[in-house]
Unconditional design. Structure first.
Length: 226
């Protein structure tokens, strides 16, 4: 008689993609190797098998605060009109990273906040990138990789974000929500300048992520020393 699964035991993962099958066979053992394959990650189990990621929820919503102003919240509630009446939806944005050069950003929508966050996490796992890091100044000697190797600019909607290398001791010169992204990427020293409608937090985060994506492409396309 077949052995029954213990309560709480998950189903056995059966990979459907070539990348997933390579991970399952042990041909790929790190998330960096998986990303180097230049194949899209289409199964979250690939990420779960290869690495542990920390989560940060981006505060994209807002409610009226006491005495005026606005209090930031983890989700944004939207309303759509249907023939049957109003329908409400909850949107969330999360950042996942290993604090060592791997980062992903995801958005999710659902009827409630927890489900929207779970959906955002799944999408972030399918949207991972490698973030090149380097010395922030010629004065930083040795193998310091606490900053980024060069200046880069990213854009999302009306928002433009410029990332600049910074020497050790500078810290993260960025907004609180942008800091979450940079910290999970393993960056400790950087200058961040934002232009446009920066009150739209989602676009600020997306523009920052877009800049980090460009940084990886720029480094990969850089001519090698002969």
């Amino acid at each position: 008689m077949a052995q029954q699964k213990e309560e709480g035991e998950g189903e056995i993962w059966k990979p459907r993609t070539k990348l997933g099958k390579m991970v399952a066979k042990g041909e790929i053992t790190t998330i960096e190797e998986a990303l180097d394959q230049k194949r899209p990650i289409m199964e979250t189990e690939i990420v779960d098998q290869l690495t542990n990621l920390d989560e940060e929820v981006i505060l994209i919503g807002g409610t009226p605060g006491k005495g005026g102003g606005q209090r930031r919240t983890v989700s944004k509630r939207t309303c759509r009109m249907h023939k049957s009446g109003e329908r409400y939806n909850t949107k969330a944005m999360t950042v996942l990273g290993n604090r060592n050069g791997i980062i992903g950003v995801g958005e999710g929508q659902s009827d409630d906040t927890r489900a929207a966050i779970d959906s955002a996490n799944r999408n972030a796992k399918l949207n991972l990138i490698k973030v090149p890091r380097g010395q922030g100044s010629w004065e930083d000697q040795g193998t310091d990789t606490s900053s980024i190797p060069l200046k880069v600019e990213g854009k999302s909607g009306s928002v433009t974000v410029e990332l600049k290398p910074a020497p050790r001791g500078t810290g993260l010169a960025a907004s609180d929500e942008t800091k979450k992204l940079l910290e999970l990427a393993g960056i400790k020293n950087i200058y961040v300048q934002s232009r446009g409608n920066t009150r739209t937090t989602e676009n600020v985060i997306k523009a920052t992520f877009n800049a980090l994506e460009k940084l990886e492409k720029m480094q990969n396309n850089a001519p090698s020393d002969q």
